[in-house]
Each structure stands twice: as C-alpha cells, then as structure tokens.
Design a protein around this ligand. Structure first.
Ligand code: GRF
Length: 189
C-alpha cells in the first residue's frame, strides 16, 4: 500500500475524486492533503474523509524543512499536485524526484508555464482557435509545466465553446483519467 500526499490550492474536486477512488483500493491511499491557502475548500473536502490536512505559508514551504519532515513522518511515497500553483522547492524535489505528478488542463507543451492555470488556459486555447484541447499528467520539476509527460487525453473544442463549457469538458477528462494514471504509476513503483 503506497501513501499519497496531495498538494492543492483551491476547490479540490480532483483531490476529492482521487481520495474517493483510492478509498476502495489496496494499491494506495491518500494520507495527507496540504494547501498553501488556509481556507482552501480542498481542506474541508479532505477532512470529510477523515484525511489529515495541513496548511503552509510561503516561508514554511520555501525556507524550512517542515513540509518535508511531515511528508517523511507520514511515510509518503508519492506527491500528487491537484490544482497547486506554487513551484515545489528543492528540498522536496530532491527527496521525491520522479515521484511528484501534476495535472495540467491542456495539451502541454502548449498553454503551460507560469501564470497559465485555470480559466486562463481555456481562454488562450479558445482565442487561438484550437480544435482540440485536453489534459496532461507530467512529472514535476523546478520549472512550471515542463517535466516529462506521462499521459495525455484529448477532447474537442467546438466553435461555440466558452471558457465555462471547455473547462467542464476538460474537468471531466481529469476525473476520468487522473486517478487511473496515478494507480498505474503506483503499480510500477
Ligand atoms: C484542474 O483543472 C487541474 O488541471 C489544474 O487545476 C485544476 C484544479 O481543479 N492543475 P480542482 O481544484 O481539482 O477542481
């Protein structure tokens, strides 16, 4: 049984989906959900499932060993980012290199990088007249959205799409695939 820690900054619908998925599996379980926002809805979602939650500020994350120590104490095998907007610091990258995954709501390497998150991504995809978008699961390194790609899935972008309709389609792809991609990854650890 592998232990998954989730980092998330926001709503946490993917985090909840992953928590639920692994609640019935023997391969892995979510043991910790951490956020850089003390009132992020993701923390309440996780607490409903009796999962330990925590909050860190910029100083704790970048200038101390607090988060690393907590990850080690919880015997974390894998870190899953699910809507987490900060770069991961060196001390965590070093210890967990190759064991940190992120999901991006577009087909990287397009529409990624600093500042490309949430609705901004979908807005740019629509503005460029793309006929296709999708999701990318990739390794996390020291540069935004640039780690090796593990998995992609595609969806259509229709001429009458707006940010909301495209975001919904992409979110559905995330719910469908992210837990299964994590499960396959865990199976190969
Ligand atoms: C997702 O679209 C994911 O691709 C991106 O952040 C969003 C998080 O959404 N990295 P939610 O908080 O899981 O609803």
């Amino acid at each position: 049984m592998k232990n998954i820690a989730i980092f998330a900054s926001g709503t946490g619908t993917n985090a909840e989906n992953i928590i639920k998925y692994f609640s019935t599996k023997n391969s892995a379980r979510v043991i910790l959900v951490l956020s850089n926002k003390s009132h992020a809805p993701v923390l309440e979602r996780a607490a409903k499932f009796n999962i330990e939650t925590g909050f860190f500020d910029r100083h704790q994350f970048y200038d101390t060993e607090e988060v690393v120590n907590l990850l080690l104490k919880k015997k974390t095998d894998l870190i899953v980012l699910a809507g987490f907007l900060w770069l991961v610091p060196d001390n965590i990258l070093t210890l967990f290199r190759g064991r940190i995954l992120n999901i991006h709501p577009a087909l990287l390497p397009s529409y990624g990088g600093k500042g490309m998150y949430g609705d901004r991504v979908h807005k740019a995809v629509i503005a460029a007249g793309e006929e296709e978008s999708g999701i990318t699961v990739h390794y996390v390194n020291e540069v935004y959205d640039s780690g090796d790609i593990i998995f992609q899935a595609r969806c259509k972008v229709y001429p009458d799409d707006d940010i909301h309709s495209l975001a919904e389609r992409v979110h559905s792809l995330e719910y469908e695939h992210y837990p299964a991609v994590i499960e396959r990854f865990v199976g190969e650890m």
